[in-house]
Design a protein around this ligand. Sequence first.
Ligand SMILES: [Zn+2]
Ligand SMILES: [Zn+2]
Length: 350
Amino acid sequence: MKAAVWHGHKDVRIEKVPVPAPGPNQILIRVDYAGICGTDRHEYAGPNFIPTLTPHRLTGRTAPLIMGHEFSGRVEAVGSDVRGYEKGEAVTANGSLTCGVCEMCRNGRYNICRKLGFLGVGDDGCFAEYVTVDADKVFRIPKGVTQRQAAVAEPLACGIHAAHLVGDLNGKLVVVIGAGIIGIGAFYGAKLAGAKEVLVVGRNDHKREIIERIGGRYLNTTDRDLNRYVEEWSDGQLADVVYECAGTQETLDLCIPVCKPGGTIMVMGVFETPPRVDLNTLQEAERKILTSQAHINEIGEALACIEQGKIDAEELITKEIRLENLVEEGFEELLRNSGRHVKVLIHISE
Ligand SMILES: [Zn+2]
Ligand SMILES: [Zn+2]
């Protein structure tokens, strides 16, 4: 089969490799669409999490390995212990790799497993014609959802999971800093949980149209000062919840001043360098800081919301490419024009 294999920074090769065989508890899936995640772009350009010298803590793998963890596909074959799936069924999966025995795995919070890994980082991923996934991480795609739409469910599940952790969002004023797919996932998570209004904040106008079309309010911080805007928008009350979805010092610094006393800051961004946190401003008004990691079973919720028309997945797909062109039309395009894209999909099956 064809696969995008990571060998090193800026060294991703489209190669012919053997089709993997499913283990006893696994399903072999023929991939229809795969999504390029911010983490994949990091693996391409660096710094990377794909192990090169020290074997992965769960799987023992090191590079080279096949990239990718967001996808939709169809069941091709099932392992000897898997029941209930038939060849051809439309499925997607949670791409996390978990130990199954640590305290968090046993309590159902496998997204924070002690040995957590991801397909495409700790084991062979889905930028390939076939991928194997543990059967308990597979989700059926509802009839009313296309394979293209289903490939976007994974990043949206991150936003739904974060909203679950925030708790009561009903009637709340929410600010989301960062207008990429994680910010849009946070937007949907808050909206679906009943937020009164969600302001999404970016640094240019590329995303304004998309955010407004899906029912958000958009602010370009190069046009207007965020603090003053939020003061006015909230009648001086400030935001109940502020999401950090960009992972930079600059965006983290924007969060605290617009969060009301007693309010909540939810960090979803992944930081390249450890940021400073202004704990004094947090502490002086009992602002809370929460963090969110991936998701548990929220892909099912994301798929249901797409089916019910509560999430417009098509709106989020800004480009579709073929696997052969992954480097130039995918990674390099995202490095040149990251601000223009929400989700770039790779159409893999014929
Ligand atoms: Zn992802
Ligand atoms: Zn575990």
